[in-house]
Design a binder for this molecule. Structure first.
Ligand code: DQQ
Length: 468
């Protein structure tokens, strides 16, 4: 059986992990909390796990930060939330879950974020707003504005769609409802339906715009992450653009962002599994944290994304290739550079190809192979997984979405492969995350390919990456 466990992505030593929580930099250290079931590789008994890093790459596991308190409003789980610096007092705001009821709770730390005391007055908001038929009431994004605290809570309005409800407070403990920050009724882009409920909102300024990131949930299905850019005034967000933040749909879900001390807007997402629960339980682990990404706004108001440069410390053996012509049907271009823990940066020239790109996890016979495709004709970035595994029980659906910037016949791909995890960013604009579970130990080859006509690799840089 192949080893599908990532070697340089963050995940807890064992058991179940989902959303990133409480992202904050404190005295120079990056703190990553996460939804965690310490008892099994299945969702439930949700605690807050905790890890800390000085370099965004190497993480030290710390003790559990929040545990459900029997008999209290979070007895059923300490669900997702965020961290703020309340005048030097580290403060978490999270959703307490018990018997189907979700309500905002608060905790503070007196010892540098290691242990946490829950506010005796929890829940800090005892009921959702009156007069609305809501779908869900959970997950928190908190910021300072005009000398007060503002909080967006993930929700949905029956018959309208997802929503973020806006509150204001002077002390993080007493909150006043101000109305919806934004609702699905304001996003009329059929390409990106807004579902019934918006989980894990993250709201922040970026350049001269504001950005609202939400995870689109419908009837228990975690769909995909949507990012809206727009304007914010009079306590209302007006989305001007909405796009999927990652074409891997639920493979990049419930992301949270933070502003670091270098003014970067950093983001992590939960990379879900694409294999049966039985396989996850047998493996003893489920869920992987994405690599840290930075979000920026381009001059023309488009969201841009890139992997943080700190990841370069992982680089080991290096291969550089230039001006390689790729002929349809020919293979073996990268026969001496295979592996399962790779970083690849490649500039592809279209030539006469309809499609071209990279082959990963390729078996010498070709019976297992995963393709990262620049579909020049359809102007899309795609992850073709139909032959990624001989195991019929894993998810092998193809993933992809529009890839802007192909007009000049050049495409830049930045890709990380870590066993069963693939993260790729195309043209510094769009991200695509997926999981693959090859079954044959020799399925570690890589290659280039072209379809419909010759293509060219202008430059390709490939590094073997080391484990953390
Ligand atoms: N996961 C958490 C919820 C959140 C969901 C529970 C998103 O707070 O809405 O583990 O994946």
């Amino acid at each position: 059986m192949n080893n599908h466990r990532p070697a340089y992505h963050f995940l807890p030593p064992s058991n179940w992990m989902n959303d990133p929580n409480g992202l904050i930099q404190w005295e120079g250290q990056y703190h990553l909390f996460y939804q965690y079931n310490p008892y099994a590789a299945v969702p439930g008994n949700i605690h807050w796990g905790h890890a800390v890093s000085a370099d965004l790459v190497h993480w030290a596991d710390l003790s559990i930060a929040l545990s459900p308190t029997p008999g209290s409003v979070d007895a059923g789980g300490c669900w997702s939330g965020c961290a703020v610096d309340d005048g030097g007092l580290p403060t978490l705001i999270y959703t307490g879950f018990r018997d189907g009821v979700q309500c905002p709770c608060l905790a503070t730390s007196q010892d540098g974020l290691l242990t946490w005391e829950k506010y005796p007055g929890n829940p800090i908001i005892s009921n959702p707003p009156e007069g609305l038929e809501l779908v869900g009431f959970r997950d928190h994004t908190v910021w300072r504005e005009d000398g007060a605290w503002m909080m967006g809570i993930g929700s949905g309005i029956a018959g309208v769609g997802g929503a973020v409800l806006l509150y204001r407070s002077g002390d993080l403990r007493r909150w006043e409802y101000l109305g919806p920050l934004c609702t699905g009724a304001q996003t009329q882009d059929s390409r990106v339906p807004t579902g019934a409920m918006w989980e894990c909102p993250s709201f922040f300024a970026l350049g001269d715009r504001h950005v609202l990131i939400v995870s689109v949930w419908t009837e228990g299905i975690t769909g995909y992450t949507a990012a809206m850019t727009g304007t914010y005034q009079d306590r209302r967000f007006n989305p001007l653009k909405i796009d999927k933040l990652d074409y891997g749909n639920h493979y990049f879900y419930a992301p949270q962002t933070m502003l670091d001390d270098r003014g970067r807007r950093l983001m992590w997402g939960w990379i879900q599994e694409g294999r049966p629960v039985e396989a996850q339980v047998a493996a003893g682990w489920s869920g992987v944290m994405s690599l840290p990404r930075e979000l920026r706004l381009s001059e023309d108001g488009e969201l841009e994304v890139s992997f943080v440069p700190e990841l370069a410390v992982l680089r080991g053996d290096y291969v550089h290739i230039e001006h390689l012509d790729i002929i349809p049907g020919k293979e073996g271009y990268l026969s001496n550079a295979g592996g399962e823990t790779l970083e690849i940066q490649v500039d592809l020239l279209r030539g006469a190809a309809a499609q071209s790109g990279l082959v990963l996890h390729r078996h010498p016979s070709g019976e297992e192979a995963t393709r990262v495709v620049v579909n020049w004709q359809a102007e899309r970035l795609e992850l073709v997984r139909r032959h990624s595994s001989l195991d019929p029980d894993v998810d092998r659906t193809d993933l992809g979405g529009p890839l802007p910037g192909l007009g000049g016949g050049v495409a830049h791909l930045h890709l990380y492969l870590d066993h069963s995890v693939i993260e790729v960013i195309g043209n510094d604009r769009v991200a695509l995350t997926g999981r693959v579970y090859p079954t044959l130990p020799q399925s570690i080859g890589i290659d280039c390919f072209a379809v419909g006509g010759p293509a060219r690799v202008k430059t390709l840089d490939l590094w073997q990456l080391i484990s953390i």
